[in-house]
Structures are given as C-alpha cells and as structure tokens.
Design a protein around this ligand. Sequence first.
Ligand code: ADP
Length: 421
Amino acid sequence: MSAKNNKTPDNLNTVEENRKAKEQQEQKALSDRLGKIRHKIMILSGKGGVGKSTVAANIAVSLAMEGNKVGLLDTDFHGPSIPTLLNLEDKRPGSDGTAILPIEFSEGLKVMSIGFLLPNRDDAVIWRGPMKMGVIKQLLTEVNWGDLDYLIIDFPPGTGDEPLSVAQLIPGSDGAVIVTTPQNLSLNDVRKCINFCRQVNVPVLGVVENMSGLVCPHCHTLIDVFKTGGGKTMASEMDVPFLGSIPIDPQIVEASDSGKPFVYHFAKSEAAKAFKVVIEPLMAMNGRVPESKPESAATAPEEEEKTDTCRIAVPVVEGHLAAHFGHCEEFAIFDVDLEKKQIVGRETAPAPPHEPGLLPRWLGEKGVKVIIAGGMGSRAQQLFAERGISVSVGAGSDDPEKIVLSYMNNTLELGSNLCDH
Ligand code: ADP
C-alpha cells in the first residue's frame, strides 16, 4: 500500500482537523463579506413563473433610485433571468486579483448572477446539488460588493432542497419577500413557502401579489383578471405582512424583454408606483421613506427641508450595550439624522416586563425602526422584522452612543450573535 493511501487514525484525525479549519475559514470569510451589507433580503416564490425575478430586479432598481447602495444577486440556477432583465447577457464580472467584482449596472446598483458563470443557459440543470451549493458559496464569499445598504437575492423557486441550502448559506439575513400571483394554486404554494421560512427561521418580511389585475391602458381602471386580493387575505390568515399588489402591465414584458429596468423607464406607470409601495417597509429598515420625486421644480424647496430621521434602540445594562437582549435593564433610544450622521435626541426607557411578544410591540409603538443588539434569538428577530424593525446583532458591549454613531458611519463591527436565546 502506498504512503498516500495509508489511512491510519492519526492521518484521519489530521484530515478531519484540516476540514474543520477550512470550514471555519470559509465561514469567517463569508461573515466578513456579508458583514459589510446592512440588509440582506431574499426574494422567494412557491413556484416559477410568478414574476419573482421581475419583482427582485425592480425592487433592487427602486431601492437604488431612492439613493441606496444596492446589490442584486441572482442565485436561480434554473432560470438565471437577471442578466436578460437588465440587458447584461454579454457582460462578464471582473476581478481585482483577490475577489470577483460585480457588474456596475448604474450608480448605486451592482449585479451578480449565476448566469454570468454559465457558458450555456441550461448548463446548471445537470449540476449535482453540492456543486450548485459550492458555486453559490463562492458567489457569496468571493464577490466584493463593498459596503451596501441592501443585497437583494433572487432565489431558486420552490421550497425544495435548493432554496433551503441557499437560505442556510446566508447568515443573518433580514428575511424573505415572497412573490405570488392571485390564483389559488399559487397561493397554496406560498403557504408552503411561509412554512418553509418558519422552519428555517427566516423572517417573512411580507408577501407581494404580482400580476394582480390589469390596468386598462386607455381608461386606467383596474380589470380583475385573476380575482385579485387572494394574496392579502392569505397573508392575513398566515399572520405575515402584505407588502402590496403589482398589476399586470404589458410594458413590464416589453421592458424585461429589451433589458430595460421597468421602474426606471416607466416610472409614472401604476405598476412602478406599486413597487414604491412595496419597498416602503424595506426602506423603513434603514429608517427612511421613499421620496415622492418632485413633479416640477416648484416642489423642490419642500424637499430641501426634509430630514432623514430614524429611531434606533440599544438594550442597555450598567450603561453599556447588554449582551442578553431579553435581560436588559433599559433601552437607550436615539433620534438620529441619517443624512448628517448626527444624534438629535436621546431617551432612556426602563425595559418593560419580560413577556413573550411584548418587546416588538412596545418598541414598535415607540417608533423604533432599528435595534442594535449583542445577541438575539431568531424568533425575536422574526417578530421585529415582521413589524418593519431591523435588527443588527453582534455589536460589542460598548457605550450606546458610540455604537449608534459607528452604525450611522458604517464602521460598526458586528461579530457573531452573542446570545441567541
Ligand atoms: P419567475 O422569476 O417567477 O420565474 P419572471 O420574473 O421571469 O418569473 O416573470 C415571468 C414572465 O412574466 C416574464 O415574461 C415577465 O416579463 C412577466 N411578468 C412578470 N410580472 C409581470 C407583470 N406584473 N405584468 C406583466 N408581465 C409580468
């Protein structure tokens, strides 16, 4: 037997140790990379063809049009359609020698798709599961997005092994937006999708009903083609937020086929306005609201006076951030101007009694939009996300004011979830 094949217990131990060390290294690289991204949002659907990629692309473009730094990552092996939707089919990502550089689609929007790595559109279909996951892991660890406000991730459709594995690769995501059409068949799939999110502890940020009625191009009335409203009823039955309805608009197909971002080129259409409603809770995670673009210069002075304010809460014990969220003594609540990166007010509120579900309601009523914590359980994170409150976990036990200032300046270092119960 050659020395190479000599599998003694010692050798096996070393192999196991090396494997573990490599896994830890990869996990750290992934956390470092994703740590620079404030909000990671997954776009899911119970099945294909409901407009998931269209919604993902238009949410990303809408957020970028509001001045956010956005990344759009397409992990849908079976139909990576983002390159087609944004006319990027001939583009290939570059490299800076150490990392893959996403394609800069426009100011504020970077794009990466599994489609850029496939010589032929159908290639990924024959890949085996582990190979697909390896590529996704590589996309997540090796793409240098830089600092982002949002990463919008277009998922493979369904609730099978693939979306499950991709979800597990994205630690600390804010949650999922689930896209459906109004028909019952599609709604049943969404119920499965919500249950899937609950099983893997991914908060459901909300449901979008796409292809919800047709806006008549002549009289602009909404024609109820597939019986609209099912998405809203289902969301309320399943106790998840409803984010809005996007009507059927033939211009969406036209824009998608010619690779023009719909919400940008048809900004005045009903469907583009509907996308603005959908991104509202996502903008609120960053303590902002979508701007209504001034129709004319006459409205400009009003715009100038607008401030970009937000309420941020930090759990406190003995004057420092409390590592155990549920056991803090009080909350330091800051009013901040995100634009000027300044604290404009501070309130200290004694923590309410430790009762299940009370904190999300209490902080929500106080108008808090962001929580910076040391650690928090996934169920609690889910409850906050469902109230439109964004949670950043992994902050160190420091002076709350310092933490809030670093958060606004994008220099807050977030480690792992200090206490996840
Ligand atoms: P999925 O990602 O769920 O498979 P796509 O985003 O690829 O679905 O959309 C499927 C088709 O439906 C595309 O041709 C797209 O242009 C079209 N589409 C999506 N949403 C709308 C809409 N609201 N109105 C009209 N066409 C739409």
